[in-house]
Design a protein around this ligand. Structure first.
Ligand code: FOL
Length: 227
């Protein structure tokens, strides 16, 4: 599991059911590319058998990453962008009530589950029907937890949550939702969180990220933390 988020210096991630900033296009585009991009699993071996074995296996032909979100995060995504294209969308709702699913029909598949554990179990079961109409199954690639605060906290409590892709937003915005861990603080270090280098970040996301960026006077920087 990888958590992906953008946060202010005081770990603010949201305000009134939306993002705290009007727009950080470069960050949102990074979010979309990284959550869509399917890369071979990280491996230290130099085996060359991956492509042949993939060609030999018949049933799941297509791999998609999955995004798991809380119900309020689903609500916060503009209807024209949801479900998030090119990704398996999983919405966690204790009550099972999710608005806008009717409009979402015919687009990407949306799974509604009662909890984060159930989301992970369903994705790991491999029984995710493809939406290409021929009854096949999709192979699940990377799994991202995309918020909000409550779901991030539940994910942080799971051992399988090993990675955080954090966009550090370099100035404060008024916020009413916050991320639960200061990844650069002493407490986080004690619990095993370490910041990886830019090279390691670039390798994991599959693109070069360059130096810090700025948009409309707001500096931001992409970071990778692992435990
Ligand atoms: N992670 C990062 N780094 N930045 C974020 O803004 C962010 N936001 C969320 C989760 N992780 C994040 C949750 N909020 C969309 C809207 C809100 C949202 C997540 C995604 C959304 O509409 N995404 C479209 C792209 C839209 C566009 O290009 O403007 C997508 O296809 O992903």
């Amino acid at each position: 599991l990888t958590l992906i988020l953008a946060a202010t210096p005081s770990l603010g991630i949201g305000r009134a059911g939306a993002l705290p900033w009007t727009s950080l296009k470069g960050d949102m585009a990074f979010f979309a590319r990284v959550t869509k991009r399917v890369l071979p699993p990280a491996s230290t071996s130099t085996s060359t058998s991956t492509s042949t074995s993939a060609a030999a296996s018949s049933s799941p032909r297509r791999t998609q990453n999955a995004v798991i979100m809380g119900r309020k995060t689903w609500d916060s995504i503009p209807p024209r962008f949801r479900p998030l294209a090119g990704r398996i969308n999983v919405v966690v709702s204790r009550a099972g009530v999710v608005a806008g699913l009717e409009e979402a029909r015919g687009k990407e598949r949306v799974l509604v589950v009662g909890g984060l554990g159930e989301a992970v179990r369903q994705l790991q079961s491999g029984a995710i029907k493809d939406d290409d109409g021929d009854g096949g199954e999709v192979r699940v690639g990377r799994v991202f937890v995309i918020g909000g605060a409550s779901l991030y906290n539940q994910a942080l409590a799971m051992e399988g949550a090993r990675r955080v892709l954090l966009t550090k937003v370099g100035r404060e915005f008024e916020c009413d939702a916050f991320f639960g861990v200061d990844l650069e603080g002493e407490g986080a270090r004690g619990r095993g969180w370490v910041r990886r280098s830019r090279g390691e970040l670039e390798e994991w996301v599959g693109e070069s990220v360059g130096e810090g960026r700025e948009e409309g006077g707001v500096p931001f920087e992409f970071c990778l933390f692992e435990r």
